[in-house]
Design a protein around this ligand. Sequence first.
Ligand code: PMV
Length: 313
Amino acid sequence: MHQAKGASCAKIILIGEHAVVYGQPAIALPIKSIKLTATVTPTAGPQVIHSTFYSGRLAAAQPPFTGLTKLIKQLLTFFSAAQQGFDLMIDSALPAERGMGSSAACAIAIIRAFYGAFDTPLDRPTLLNWAAVSEKAIHGNPSGLDAATTSAERPQWFIRGEAPKPIHFPTRGFLVIADTGEIGQTGAAVGHVADLLRRDHTKFQPVIEHIGSASRKAAVALAQDDLKALGTQLTVAQTALAQMGVSAASLDRLIEAAIQAGALGAKLTGSGQGGCMIALAADHATAHAVVQALTVAGAAATWTYDFAESEAL
Ligand code: PMV
């Protein structure tokens, strides 16, 4: 084993969250400017993690870090190095628990770092299988979308159980991302939707399918560089997500402010019930106006994603 570094980045779900858990398509994009790295260094001492969300011995980690602990232990066993001492340094620009995929991004960077440290080639299906170890431990029934996107170079068209595919994005257009400042609990929100479907399948299964249909229409809009139609589908998905109770007053307030400032559509992103929202803006001036409006409406932080980035490697 030698020192090695693995990288990943933040992700944003453009459309399809929650419905993707039940086999509907989703579209998500890696935000490569918001990076996470994991550096593993072999030592003669104990197994130690350094990060903003947990620092200390691997064996003493508490939830929600236990999913990653499980992953690291299984990786070490796989490399026949269960007792190997190491320092694992995680540097992350991603806010945790805000729907930006921080747990999946952490897993991806860790897996890449350990494979590098043991000089072992890593293909994409193997990478995603490993990421499922911690994602399952963290929130029970993950679609795999977060891991597929935080490890990708380009926006992804994703259907659970299928290989993710890159999807074309127009080179014109901006997504403004805003953080409500409230924690989004992925496990709780996914559990809430599962409960709704169990209790009233007849009412909520069509809502899930409606989100799937909005994702398919959004893909057509992307292929045709039709930002107006894309915006409409984002708002359609938001209405369906709100019907399932995964929006929140803080999200609704920011969504309304973005639309008032000229956004073509806006919705929550990720599991909801807090976390982040996104708004689509046709041009730079509108994106700027949306950022201002979101800040006035109480956003804790904003990021602007230029669609031109989706083609840049
Ligand atoms: O909140 P996040 O960033 O972990 O996104 C979760 C996305 C869901 O569709 C709600 C769950 C999943 O596993 O796809």
